[in-house]
Write a protein that binds this ligand. Sequence first.
Ligand SMILES: Cc1cc2nc3c(=O)[nH]c(=O)nc-3n(C[C@H](O)[C@H](O)[C@H](O)COP(=O)(O)OP(=O)(O)OC[C@H]3O[C@@H](n4cnc5c(N)ncnc54)[C@H](O)[C@@H]3O)c2cc1C
Length: 397
Amino acid sequence: MKLQDTLNQNNLPTKSDVVIIGGGIIGCSIAMFLSTKGVNSITLIEMNSLSSGATHKSGAMIREFYQTDFLIEMAKESKKLFEKTEIKINKNGRLYLFSKENKEIVEQNVKLNQDHGVNLEILSTEQIEKLIPNINLSNVEIGFLEPNAGYVDSVDSTYYFANEALNNGVGIFTHTKVESIEVKNDKIKSVTTDKGKIETSIVVNAAGAWANYINKSTNENLPIFALRVQQALVKSNSYFDPFKYCLMDYVNGTYMRPDDGNSYIIGEELGFEQSDIVSPDFYNQSADENIILNHKLKIENRLPRFKDSILKGGHAALYDMTPDANPILGKSTKIKGLFYAVGFSGHGFKLSPIIGKLLSELIVENIKDPLLDKFNLTRFTIKNLIKPKFPFKNMLN
Ligand SMILES: Cc1cc2nc3c(=O)[nH]c(=O)nc-3n(C[C@H](O)[C@H](O)[C@H](O)COP(=O)(O)OP(=O)(O)OC[C@H]3O[C@@H](n4cnc5c(N)ncnc54)[C@H](O)[C@@H]3O)c2cc1C
């Protein structure tokens, strides 16, 4: 059966062993991994189209570099799982730039990652210039290259996971909204959608920036807020020798990655001074002209070859932020049968396969992987937040 033919149906089941709320990359990955574990019936509910939330506008960049041991391990495992799929990974390499104040911290972080086997190469300004002739390195003191990093197509990847899940018998219902989760004696009882009620004992909340809205009916508060971030889309005129890397410019606070053809996506990487906390249902999805122009100017300044590039437009999207900019994963602390995979804070795409794998093992086999356990919800109440081992100065780590 083709996925497109099965979506948006009205034959919602009245019972299901597991209900997954959210058809972004995370919900679809969980559905795919869960579908290989012998669960009788799995239902995924998405209120819009698959991949219509944060996933749709994701940079979908995949890397292993992180600043804590367990996130490095998760990113490594996740990349391996991506490589086992048929999803095309553009391994174009990722270049990171830093100013003088972060030189030693960069060296510590690179060593930390290298100790975990991540392939990273420290670059002096001379070496960066050799790699990218005519780059303007004002205020740059040091950089490093992650040659095996790259990016994928976020929508294709979501549909790949969804298709695999569907072929293994998962029921996928788009344009169906979960209105509430019913709980009795601290156990999951059912979910109510705008197309009917499904009795179930297991619910996975993978609702991204909407996660706390749907959780209201369970009385467990999730510390998640929706941050509006903006991306500019530019088309370069230099058809010969196009700029090929994903660029993380931690000096001027931008990132850029190649897109289709000769186009590039430029976003904001630092501090989010220009970002607002918004309601995920009522936010301006268009870009602010001055902000995306500013994104483009910063790239032009760093890479003068972009001076004659065209600003094609831009858009706004949501990061589902938590107080320590890391996700909430695993079991609810209050309700039996409720699981979370939410709050990815702008870096969840690359982690989606490992999240799907670990969550499905927890749900079906009750395997509490130590990696997963780091992201439990209680860390916010006992003030045991996740922190980078070597935090960079003057930036969101
Ligand atoms: C601009 C941008 C760039 C990014 N770049 C990267 C990157 O380069 N690398 C990286 O690793 N990460 C990146 N991220 C982060 C990554 O894209 C997200 O962490 C990831 O896509 C989150 O997926 P999700 O499935 O949790 O959320 P979403 O994709 O938002 O999916 C949640 C889904 O739940 C549905 N939903 C909500 N409420 C209900 C309900 N009541 N009933 C039914 N359905 C409901 C929504 O419609 C939505 O489709 C980026 C994010 C953004 C916004």
